[in-house]
Ligand binder design. Structure first.
Ligand SMILES: *Cc1c(COP(=O)(O)O)cnc(C)c1O
Length: 427
Protein backbone atom coordinates (compact mmCIF):
# COMPACT_ATOMS: atom_id res chain seq x y z
CA UNK A 1 0.00 0.00 0.00
CA UNK A 2 1.22 3.44 -0.79
CA UNK A 3 0.52 6.11 1.77
CA UNK A 4 -1.25 9.16 0.47
CA UNK A 5 -2.58 12.13 2.34
CA UNK A 6 -6.23 11.39 3.02
CA UNK A 7 -8.73 13.65 1.32
CA UNK A 8 -9.58 16.69 3.39
CA UNK A 9 -6.37 16.42 5.46
CA UNK A 10 -3.36 18.61 5.04
CA UNK A 11 -0.14 16.57 5.28
CA UNK A 12 1.20 17.22 8.79
CA UNK A 13 4.76 17.90 7.69
CA UNK A 14 5.49 21.27 6.12
CA UNK A 15 9.25 21.65 5.64
CA UNK A 16 10.82 25.03 6.28
CA UNK A 17 13.01 26.57 3.55
CA UNK A 18 16.27 24.62 3.47
CA UNK A 19 19.22 26.51 4.82
CA UNK A 20 21.90 25.78 7.37
CA UNK A 21 22.26 29.22 8.87
CA UNK A 22 22.03 29.30 12.65
CA UNK A 23 18.77 31.27 12.52
CA UNK A 24 17.07 28.77 10.23
CA UNK A 25 18.31 25.77 12.20
CA UNK A 26 17.05 27.25 15.46
CA UNK A 27 13.71 28.06 13.78
CA UNK A 28 13.43 24.48 12.54
CA UNK A 29 14.24 23.07 15.98
CA UNK A 30 11.59 25.33 17.52
CA UNK A 31 9.03 24.40 14.85
CA UNK A 32 9.42 20.61 14.94
CA UNK A 33 10.90 19.81 18.33
CA UNK A 34 9.06 19.36 21.62
CA UNK A 35 9.65 22.52 23.57
CA UNK A 36 11.25 20.95 26.67
CA UNK A 37 14.55 22.85 26.44
CA UNK A 38 15.55 26.48 26.13
CA UNK A 39 19.08 26.26 24.66
CA UNK A 40 21.51 29.16 24.44
CA UNK A 41 21.34 30.65 20.91
CA UNK A 42 24.39 28.87 19.54
CA UNK A 43 24.36 26.03 17.00
CA UNK A 44 27.38 23.80 17.52
CA UNK A 45 28.86 21.91 14.63
CA UNK A 46 32.27 20.57 15.69
CA UNK A 47 34.21 19.80 18.82
CA UNK A 48 37.82 18.99 19.57
CA UNK A 49 39.20 18.80 23.08
CA UNK A 50 37.81 21.69 25.11
CA UNK A 51 36.86 23.74 22.07
CA UNK A 52 33.63 23.85 20.10
CA UNK A 53 32.89 25.54 16.78
CA UNK A 54 29.47 26.77 15.71
CA UNK A 55 27.94 26.62 12.22
CA UNK A 56 29.36 30.08 11.46
CA UNK A 57 32.89 29.08 12.42
CA UNK A 58 32.97 30.90 15.79
CA UNK A 59 34.96 29.09 18.50
CA UNK A 60 33.91 28.59 22.12
CA UNK A 61 35.66 27.17 25.15
CA UNK A 62 33.50 24.49 26.75
CA UNK A 63 33.20 25.08 30.51
CA UNK A 64 30.12 22.88 30.74
CA UNK A 65 31.24 19.54 29.28
CA UNK A 66 27.63 18.49 28.58
CA UNK A 67 26.92 18.23 32.33
CA UNK A 68 30.15 16.20 32.73
CA UNK A 69 29.32 13.75 29.96
CA UNK A 70 32.31 15.20 28.07
CA UNK A 71 34.78 15.14 30.97
CA UNK A 72 37.55 13.90 28.66
CA UNK A 73 36.97 16.55 25.99
CA UNK A 74 35.33 16.29 22.60
CA UNK A 75 36.49 13.61 20.16
CA UNK A 76 39.27 12.30 22.38
CA UNK A 77 41.42 10.38 19.84
CA UNK A 78 41.79 7.32 22.05
CA UNK A 79 38.10 7.03 22.93
CA UNK A 80 37.10 7.79 19.35
CA UNK A 81 39.56 5.13 18.18
CA UNK A 82 38.00 2.57 20.52
CA UNK A 83 34.52 3.51 19.26
CA UNK A 84 35.44 3.08 15.61
CA UNK A 85 37.44 -0.13 16.14
CA UNK A 86 34.67 -1.73 18.21
CA UNK A 87 31.96 -0.57 15.80
CA UNK A 88 33.84 -2.33 12.99
CA UNK A 89 34.12 -5.51 15.07
CA UNK A 90 30.77 -5.84 16.83
CA UNK A 91 28.30 -3.19 17.93
CA UNK A 92 25.25 -4.61 19.64
CA UNK A 93 24.47 -8.17 20.69
CA UNK A 94 21.93 -7.82 23.53
CA UNK A 95 22.64 -9.71 26.74
CA UNK A 96 21.13 -12.87 25.35
CA UNK A 97 24.79 -13.69 24.62
CA UNK A 98 28.15 -12.92 26.19
CA UNK A 99 30.43 -10.45 24.47
CA UNK A 100 34.16 -9.87 24.73
CA UNK A 101 34.12 -6.26 25.97
CA UNK A 102 31.61 -6.30 28.85
CA UNK A 103 33.43 -8.60 31.30
CA UNK A 104 36.46 -6.31 31.12
CA UNK A 105 34.29 -3.29 31.97
CA UNK A 106 32.69 -5.12 34.91
CA UNK A 107 36.05 -6.10 36.36
CA UNK A 108 37.41 -2.61 35.88
CA UNK A 109 34.46 -0.86 37.57
CA UNK A 110 34.46 -3.30 40.48
CA UNK A 111 38.18 -2.68 40.98
CA UNK A 112 37.91 1.12 40.76
CA UNK A 113 34.95 1.40 43.16
CA UNK A 114 35.97 -1.32 45.63
CA UNK A 115 32.52 -2.88 45.06
CA UNK A 116 31.58 -6.33 43.80
CA UNK A 117 29.13 -6.38 40.91
CA UNK A 118 27.98 -4.20 38.06
CA UNK A 119 24.62 -3.82 36.32
CA UNK A 120 25.02 -1.85 33.08
CA UNK A 121 22.44 0.54 31.62
CA UNK A 122 22.37 3.44 29.17
CA UNK A 123 21.21 6.80 30.53
CA UNK A 124 21.59 8.00 34.09
CA UNK A 125 17.91 7.91 35.04
CA UNK A 126 17.80 4.29 33.96
CA UNK A 127 20.65 3.40 36.31
CA UNK A 128 18.94 5.30 39.14
CA UNK A 129 15.74 3.31 38.46
CA UNK A 130 17.85 0.16 38.63
CA UNK A 131 19.19 1.29 42.00
CA UNK A 132 15.69 1.99 43.33
CA UNK A 133 14.53 -1.46 42.19
CA UNK A 134 17.59 -3.13 43.73
CA UNK A 135 17.10 -1.25 47.02
CA UNK A 136 13.43 -2.14 47.28
CA UNK A 137 14.04 -5.78 46.49
CA UNK A 138 16.92 -5.92 49.00
CA UNK A 139 14.61 -4.34 51.58
CA UNK A 140 11.95 -6.97 51.02
CA UNK A 141 14.06 -10.09 50.42
CA UNK A 142 17.14 -9.47 52.57
CA UNK A 143 16.24 -6.96 55.28
CA UNK A 144 12.79 -8.49 55.76
CA UNK A 145 10.61 -5.43 55.23
CA UNK A 146 7.02 -6.62 54.53
CA UNK A 147 6.50 -6.96 50.75
CA UNK A 148 5.46 -3.69 49.09
CA UNK A 149 6.34 -1.54 52.12
CA UNK A 150 9.99 -0.62 51.46
CA UNK A 151 10.81 3.08 51.73
CA UNK A 152 13.58 5.09 50.12
CA UNK A 153 14.81 8.41 51.48
CA UNK A 154 16.29 11.09 49.22
CA UNK A 155 17.29 14.73 49.75
CA UNK A 156 15.59 18.05 49.15
CA UNK A 157 16.99 19.68 46.01
CA UNK A 158 18.11 16.33 44.56
CA UNK A 159 18.49 15.58 40.89
CA UNK A 160 18.46 11.94 39.84
CA UNK A 161 16.87 12.13 36.38
CA UNK A 162 13.44 12.37 34.81
CA UNK A 163 11.59 9.05 34.97
CA UNK A 164 8.31 8.96 36.87
CA UNK A 165 9.72 7.14 39.91
CA UNK A 166 12.74 9.41 39.98
CA UNK A 167 10.76 12.66 39.75
CA UNK A 168 8.54 11.16 42.47
CA UNK A 169 11.55 11.81 44.69
CA UNK A 170 12.17 15.31 43.30
CA UNK A 171 11.35 18.43 45.31
CA UNK A 172 11.41 20.70 42.25
CA UNK A 173 7.76 21.63 41.54
CA UNK A 174 8.35 22.12 37.79
CA UNK A 175 9.84 18.63 37.37
CA UNK A 176 6.69 17.10 38.93
CA UNK A 177 3.92 19.39 37.72
CA UNK A 178 1.33 17.40 35.80
CA UNK A 179 3.31 14.15 35.80
CA UNK A 180 1.77 12.42 38.83
CA UNK A 181 0.65 10.12 40.33
CA UNK A 182 4.01 9.00 41.69
CA UNK A 183 5.05 5.71 43.32
CA UNK A 184 4.64 5.38 47.08
CA UNK A 185 7.50 4.85 49.50
CA UNK A 186 9.63 7.85 48.54
CA UNK A 187 10.43 10.76 50.87
CA UNK A 188 13.02 13.50 51.24
CA UNK A 189 14.95 15.20 54.05
CA UNK A 190 17.07 18.38 54.07
CA UNK A 191 20.42 17.93 52.30
CA UNK A 192 23.53 18.15 54.43
CA UNK A 193 21.69 17.33 57.68
CA UNK A 194 22.67 13.88 58.98
CA UNK A 195 20.45 14.21 62.06
CA UNK A 196 17.45 14.55 59.75
CA UNK A 197 18.44 11.20 58.26
CA UNK A 198 18.60 9.57 61.69
CA UNK A 199 15.10 10.92 62.46
CA UNK A 200 13.61 9.88 59.11
CA UNK A 201 14.71 6.23 59.17
CA UNK A 202 12.02 3.71 60.11
CA UNK A 203 12.12 -0.11 60.21
CA UNK A 204 10.78 0.01 56.64
CA UNK A 205 13.63 2.15 55.27
CA UNK A 206 15.59 0.27 52.64
CA UNK A 207 17.94 2.94 51.33
CA UNK A 208 19.21 6.50 51.46
CA UNK A 209 19.95 7.91 48.01
CA UNK A 210 22.27 10.92 47.95
CA UNK A 211 24.52 12.99 45.69
CA UNK A 212 27.92 13.64 47.34
CA UNK A 213 27.65 17.16 45.88
CA UNK A 214 24.32 18.31 44.47
CA UNK A 215 24.93 19.31 40.86
CA UNK A 216 21.64 20.41 39.33
CA UNK A 217 20.64 21.62 42.80
CA UNK A 218 23.24 24.40 42.37
CA UNK A 219 26.67 22.83 43.12
CA UNK A 220 25.78 22.41 46.79
CA UNK A 221 28.71 21.11 48.86
CA UNK A 222 27.51 19.53 52.12
CA UNK A 223 29.29 20.17 55.46
CA UNK A 224 32.59 18.27 55.96
CA UNK A 225 32.04 14.72 57.18
CA UNK A 226 28.36 14.68 56.18
CA UNK A 227 28.60 11.57 54.05
CA UNK A 228 30.71 9.74 56.65
CA UNK A 229 28.07 10.45 59.30
CA UNK A 230 25.31 9.29 56.92
CA UNK A 231 27.26 6.09 56.24
CA UNK A 232 27.56 5.42 59.98
CA UNK A 233 23.83 6.06 60.53
CA UNK A 234 22.92 3.81 57.59
CA UNK A 235 25.15 1.01 58.89
CA UNK A 236 23.64 1.23 62.38
CA UNK A 237 20.07 1.01 61.03
CA UNK A 238 20.86 -1.48 58.27
CA UNK A 239 19.90 0.98 55.55
CA UNK A 240 21.69 0.99 52.18
CA UNK A 241 23.76 4.05 51.35
CA UNK A 242 23.49 4.66 47.60
CA UNK A 243 25.56 7.48 46.12
CA UNK A 244 24.44 8.98 42.84
CA UNK A 245 27.85 9.77 41.35
CA UNK A 246 26.56 10.18 37.80
CA UNK A 247 27.91 13.72 37.72
CA UNK A 248 30.36 13.83 40.65
CA UNK A 249 32.14 10.56 39.83
CA UNK A 250 34.97 9.70 37.44
CA UNK A 251 37.29 12.42 38.69
CA UNK A 252 34.97 15.40 38.41
CA UNK A 253 35.44 16.35 42.08
CA UNK A 254 39.14 15.53 42.38
CA UNK A 255 38.78 11.89 43.47
CA UNK A 256 37.65 8.92 41.38
CA UNK A 257 34.41 9.05 43.37
CA UNK A 258 33.39 12.17 45.28
CA UNK A 259 32.35 9.93 48.19
CA UNK A 260 36.06 9.09 48.68
CA UNK A 261 36.53 12.60 50.10
CA UNK A 262 34.68 11.33 53.18
CA UNK A 263 36.43 7.96 53.18
CA UNK A 264 33.08 6.31 52.55
CA UNK A 265 32.43 3.09 50.68
CA UNK A 266 28.71 3.17 49.83
CA UNK A 267 26.68 -0.02 49.34
CA UNK A 268 26.18 1.10 45.75
CA UNK A 269 27.26 3.88 43.43
CA UNK A 270 25.54 5.00 40.27
CA UNK A 271 27.75 6.07 37.39
CA UNK A 272 26.88 7.61 34.03
CA UNK A 273 27.64 10.71 31.97
CA UNK A 274 31.49 10.65 31.64
CA UNK A 275 31.42 6.84 31.58
CA UNK A 276 30.31 7.16 27.95
CA UNK A 277 33.50 9.02 27.06
CA UNK A 278 31.50 11.90 25.58
CA UNK A 279 30.36 9.67 22.74
CA UNK A 280 27.64 7.32 23.97
CA UNK A 281 25.15 7.00 26.81
CA UNK A 282 26.65 4.48 29.23
CA UNK A 283 25.63 4.07 32.87
CA UNK A 284 25.93 1.50 35.60
CA UNK A 285 24.85 0.51 39.07
CA UNK A 286 27.83 -0.88 40.98
CA UNK A 287 27.10 -2.53 44.31
CA UNK A 288 28.08 -4.99 47.01
CA UNK A 289 27.37 -8.69 46.71
CA UNK A 290 24.85 -8.28 49.54
CA UNK A 291 22.79 -5.87 47.40
CA UNK A 292 23.36 -7.32 43.95
CA UNK A 293 22.39 -10.86 45.02
CA UNK A 294 18.75 -9.75 44.62
CA UNK A 295 19.05 -10.01 40.84
CA UNK A 296 18.32 -13.32 39.15
CA UNK A 297 18.08 -14.01 35.40
CA UNK A 298 14.97 -12.29 34.02
CA UNK A 299 14.41 -9.94 37.00
CA UNK A 300 15.64 -6.85 35.22
CA UNK A 301 17.31 -5.94 31.96
CA UNK A 302 17.94 -3.58 29.08
CA UNK A 303 18.32 -4.32 25.37
CA UNK A 304 21.20 -1.91 24.89
CA UNK A 305 22.67 -2.03 28.41
CA UNK A 306 26.21 -3.41 28.33
CA UNK A 307 26.46 -3.62 24.56
CA UNK A 308 29.99 -4.18 23.21
CA UNK A 309 30.23 -0.71 21.70
CA UNK A 310 29.27 0.98 24.98
CA UNK A 311 31.57 -1.30 26.98
CA UNK A 312 34.56 -0.65 24.71
CA UNK A 313 34.01 3.11 24.86
CA UNK A 314 33.62 3.04 28.65
CA UNK A 315 36.83 1.04 29.04
CA UNK A 316 38.67 3.54 26.82
CA UNK A 317 37.24 6.42 28.89
CA UNK A 318 38.51 4.79 32.10
CA UNK A 319 41.91 4.21 30.43
CA UNK A 320 42.12 7.91 29.55
CA UNK A 321 41.11 8.91 33.08
CA UNK A 322 43.89 6.76 34.50
CA UNK A 323 46.68 7.27 31.97
CA UNK A 324 46.23 11.04 31.74
CA UNK A 325 46.03 11.23 35.56
CA UNK A 326 42.82 13.25 35.28
CA UNK A 327 41.68 12.62 38.85
CA UNK A 328 44.82 14.34 40.16
CA UNK A 329 44.52 17.00 37.48
CA UNK A 330 40.94 17.76 38.48
CA UNK A 331 42.01 18.14 42.13
CA UNK A 332 44.94 20.38 41.30
CA UNK A 333 43.43 22.53 38.53
CA UNK A 334 40.14 22.68 40.43
CA UNK A 335 41.84 24.07 43.56
CA UNK A 336 43.52 26.71 41.39
CA UNK A 337 40.21 27.59 39.68
CA UNK A 338 38.33 27.88 42.97
CA UNK A 339 41.08 30.11 44.30
CA UNK A 340 40.98 32.39 41.25
CA UNK A 341 37.19 32.65 41.21
CA UNK A 342 36.97 33.21 44.97
CA UNK A 343 38.96 36.33 44.25
CA UNK A 344 36.36 37.85 41.88
CA UNK A 345 35.64 40.61 44.42
CA UNK A 346 32.32 41.55 42.91
CA UNK A 347 29.32 42.50 45.03
CA UNK A 348 27.19 40.65 42.45
CA UNK A 349 28.85 37.36 43.50
CA UNK A 350 27.38 35.83 46.61
CA UNK A 351 29.40 32.62 46.78
CA UNK A 352 31.92 30.55 44.86
CA UNK A 353 32.04 26.89 45.79
CA UNK A 354 32.85 23.44 44.52
CA UNK A 355 35.32 20.63 44.57
CA UNK A 356 37.75 19.60 41.85
CA UNK A 357 36.65 20.94 38.47
CA UNK A 358 33.02 21.18 39.64
CA UNK A 359 32.47 24.81 40.55
CA UNK A 360 29.46 27.07 40.94
CA UNK A 361 29.40 30.87 41.01
CA UNK A 362 26.29 32.01 42.85
CA UNK A 363 25.16 35.51 41.92
CA UNK A 364 23.01 37.79 44.04
CA UNK A 365 19.54 37.84 42.44
CA UNK A 366 18.97 41.39 43.71
CA UNK A 367 21.42 42.49 41.03
CA UNK A 368 21.45 39.87 38.31
CA UNK A 369 20.31 36.33 37.48
CA UNK A 370 22.63 33.57 36.31
CA UNK A 371 21.26 33.48 32.76
CA UNK A 372 22.39 37.03 31.81
CA UNK A 373 25.87 36.13 33.08
CA UNK A 374 25.84 32.97 30.96
CA UNK A 375 24.67 35.02 27.92
CA UNK A 376 27.53 37.50 28.39
CA UNK A 377 30.04 34.67 28.76
CA UNK A 378 28.71 33.19 25.52
CA UNK A 379 29.32 36.51 23.77
CA UNK A 380 32.92 36.30 24.99
CA UNK A 381 33.37 32.77 23.62
CA UNK A 382 32.67 30.76 26.78
CA UNK A 383 30.04 28.07 27.16
CA UNK A 384 28.68 27.78 30.69
CA UNK A 385 25.23 27.05 32.08
CA UNK A 386 22.89 28.56 34.64
CA UNK A 387 21.27 26.32 37.19
CA UNK A 388 18.52 27.21 39.64
CA UNK A 389 18.38 30.81 38.47
CA UNK A 390 21.33 32.05 40.50
CA UNK A 391 24.24 29.65 39.94
CA UNK A 392 26.65 29.68 36.98
CA UNK A 393 28.18 26.23 36.66
CA UNK A 394 31.81 25.89 35.64
CA UNK A 395 32.78 22.29 34.88
CA UNK A 396 35.31 22.11 32.03
CA UNK A 397 36.73 18.89 30.58
CA UNK A 398 39.20 17.48 33.13
CA UNK A 399 41.95 17.61 30.49
CA UNK A 400 41.41 21.28 29.64
CA UNK A 401 44.72 23.03 29.02
CA UNK A 402 45.78 25.21 31.92
CA UNK A 403 46.27 28.23 29.64
CA UNK A 404 42.76 27.78 28.23
CA UNK A 405 41.30 27.77 31.72
CA UNK A 406 43.33 30.86 32.60
CA UNK A 407 41.99 32.52 29.43
CA UNK A 408 38.47 31.72 30.62
CA UNK A 409 39.10 33.06 34.14
CA UNK A 410 40.24 36.39 32.67
CA UNK A 411 37.02 36.55 30.63
CA UNK A 412 34.86 35.66 33.62
CA UNK A 413 36.51 38.49 35.57
CA UNK A 414 35.94 40.91 32.69
CA UNK A 415 32.30 39.82 32.47
CA UNK A 416 31.64 40.61 36.13
CA UNK A 417 33.47 43.96 35.80
CA UNK A 418 31.27 44.78 32.82
CA UNK A 419 28.13 43.79 34.75
CA UNK A 420 29.16 45.98 37.69
CA UNK A 421 29.71 48.90 35.30
CA UNK A 422 26.35 48.42 33.58
CA UNK A 423 24.54 48.16 36.91
CA UNK A 424 26.19 51.35 38.14
CA UNK A 425 25.23 53.11 34.93
CA UNK A 426 21.62 51.92 35.19
CA UNK A 427 21.37 53.04 38.84
C1 LIG B 1 22.43 13.91 34.93
C2 LIG B 1 22.14 13.22 36.20
C3 LIG B 1 21.22 12.17 36.26
C4 LIG B 1 20.39 11.73 35.07
O1 LIG B 1 21.16 11.27 34.02
P1 LIG B 1 20.48 11.18 32.55
O2 LIG B 1 21.55 10.53 31.72
O3 LIG B 1 20.17 12.58 32.13
O4 LIG B 1 19.26 10.35 32.69
C5 LIG B 1 21.05 11.53 37.47
N1 LIG B 1 21.72 11.92 38.57
C6 LIG B 1 22.61 12.93 38.55
C7 LIG B 1 23.34 13.30 39.80
C8 LIG B 1 22.84 13.64 37.37
O5 LIG B 1 23.67 14.68 37.37
Amino acid sequence: MTSQPRAGHEPAFRPLPLSDTATDLIAREKAFGANNYDPLPVVLARGEGSWLTDVDGRRYLDLMSAYSAVSFGHAHPRILGALVAQAQQLGVTSRAYHNAALPRLFERLAGLTGLDRVLPANGGAEAVETALKAARKWGHKVKGIPEGRAEIIGCDGNFHGRSIAVIGLSTEPQYRDGFGPFPAGLSTIPYGDSEALERAITPRTAAFLVEPIQGEGGIIVPPPGYLARCAEICRRHRVLLICDEIQTGLGRCGRFLASEHDGVRPDAVILGKALGGGLLPVSALVGTDDLMQVFHPGDHGSTFGGNPLAAAVAIAALDVLEDEKLVERSAELGAWLLDELSDLRSHIVRDVRGRGLFVGIEVDPRYVGARPVVDRLLARGILSKDTHGTVVRIAPPLNIRREDLAWAVARIRATFRELERDLKRAA
